[in-house]
Design a binder for this molecule. Structure first.
Ligand SMILES: Cc1cc2nc3c(=O)[nH]c(=O)nc-3n(C[C@H](O)[C@H](O)[C@H](O)COP(=O)(O)OP(=O)(O)OC[C@H]3O[C@@H](n4cnc5c(N)ncnc54)[C@H](O)[C@@H]3O)c2cc1C
Length: 364
């Protein structure tokens, strides 16, 4: 999707070095822009993320298509950059009865690769499972990313293309000249640019508010657990009726404490995080009774979810662009491509095709 045209040295500041900012910096710098990434070093969603790349969680066909294109974008990316993405496939028995069938039929109707497996077939694919559902849907196109490493890879590649990364700089506001945003203000001073991209995750709302631009985000705390590392026993990423589970490269099993994490609407994790963690660990023990699993880490994070649940991506003022979304891992590679295109070359039919429904102006 990248245009081969090299733009002159347009100076672009990207605020935020999470996966969305890092992917954007990579695309911009690989097309010849002079990129400066400013990052405050705040706790961020990318480091806490479950890392599932999928289009099986979706609210409508259009959003499903965007997520499926997100998967396609990773395949394009893998031809350009060595990124830690594994196409494990997803195995899903989150729903039962009619809801199970409805999910399968809806995704099949979208042309998404999916098949129903019976218990014997599941056991063959995942022999270590101690609890076997009667049936599951296998989503062959899905995979997992190691989110922190991907963001690092994007930034390293951006630096190789001449980008600069400045850490410990918290952007406080914007500088304006003749009706155009022309720089950012940090505690340590001003930085000038021709274009500025705000990819500050949950921090995007506060930054845009300094200009009276609305990009409301929901309060979506999440708790993610990992176990002590165990020997390799899980091939797929699982969406079980217990919650999602995957095995990390170091052998640890990872699970969000909320069941149905992706659609989770919880605003309060309750007064006893350790009790929530223990409940999740009991579910993991039931799934892998022989693994000797122990809780190792609990990670709290806030998910950047725009108010209606969908991504918010686009120009918000002359010289200023914003991108905030959940499922930023699934969408990261695609958003890098699209944001890079729009900042350097403007809106096109191709970028409109994917982004028209997700402009931040819907909140104004
Ligand atoms: C627990 C959890 C599980 C998830 N699971 C999945 C999943 O399985 N699949 C999926 O696709 N998505 C998942 N997500 C969502 C995904 O992780 C996020 O959508 C994505 O990481 C957002 O990336 P980002 O770059 O926009 O924001 P972030 O990763 O939050 O990065 C924002 C960056 O901006 C910087 N910043 C903020 N304010 C300022 C400022 N004023 N000045 C300078 N810098 C600033 C911060 O320091 C930070 O580095 C999950 C999220 C969470 C929390």
């Amino acid at each position: 999707m990248s245009k081969a045209v090299q733009v002159g040295k347009l100076r672009v500041i990207v605020i935020g070095a999470g996966i969305v900012g890092a992917a954007t910096a990579f695309e911009l710098s690989s097309q010849g822009a002079d990129v400066l990434v400013l990052d405050a070093g705040l706790p961020r969603a990318t480091d806490a993320s479950f890392g599932w790349i999928n289009a099986s969680y979706f609210e409508n066909p259009e959003y499903h298509a965007l997520r499926a294109e997100g998967i396609a974008a990773y395949h394009r990316l893998q031809k350009r950059l060595d990124v830690p993405v594994k196409w494990t496939g997803g195995l899903c028995w989150e729903h039962s009865d009619d809801a199970f069938t409805a999910q399968f039929e809806a995704l099949k109707a979208q042309g998404y690769p999916c098949e129903i497996l019976d218990q014997a077939a599941i056991a063959e694919l995942e022999p270590a499972l101690g609890l076997l559902p009667e049936r599951a849907i296998r989503f062959a196109a899905e995979g997992v990313a190691e989110p922190t490493l991907i963001a690092q890879r994007f930034l390293a590649a951006a630096i190789a293309h001449g980008a600069k990364v400045a850490r410990g700089f918290r952007v406080q506001g914007f500088a304006e000249r003749a009706g155009r945003i022309c720089g950012v203000k940090t505690e340590q001073g001003f930085f000038k640019a021709d274009h500025i991209v705000v990819a500050a995750g949950t921090g995007t709302q506060a930054l845009l508010k300094t200009l009276d631009i609305a990009l409301p985000v929901l309060d979506r705390p999440a708790l993610v657990l990992t176990s002590t590392p165990v020997e390799w026993r899980l091939n797929h990423v699982l969406a079980t009726d217990f919650g999602e589970v995957r095995q990390l490269p170091n052998g640890a099993l990872m699970t969000p404490a909320a069941i149905g994490h992706q659609g989770d609407q919880t605003t309060d994790l309750g007064a006893y995080p350790e009790a929530a963690a223990q409940r999740s660990m009991s579910r993991l023990h039931a799934l892998f009774p022989d693994a000797g699993l122990e809780l190792a880490t609990m990670q709290m994070a806030y998910r950047p979810v725009p108010k209606d649940g969908f991504p918010a991506v686009g120009k918000v003022a002359p010289g200023l662009y914003a991108a905030s979304m959940h499922s930023g891992i699934t969408l990261g590679a695609l958003m890098g491509e699209l944001i890079g295109q729009e900042v350097l070359h403007g809106v096109s039919n191709e970028t409109e095709r994917w982004l028209a429904s997700y402009r931040p102006s819907r909140f104004s």
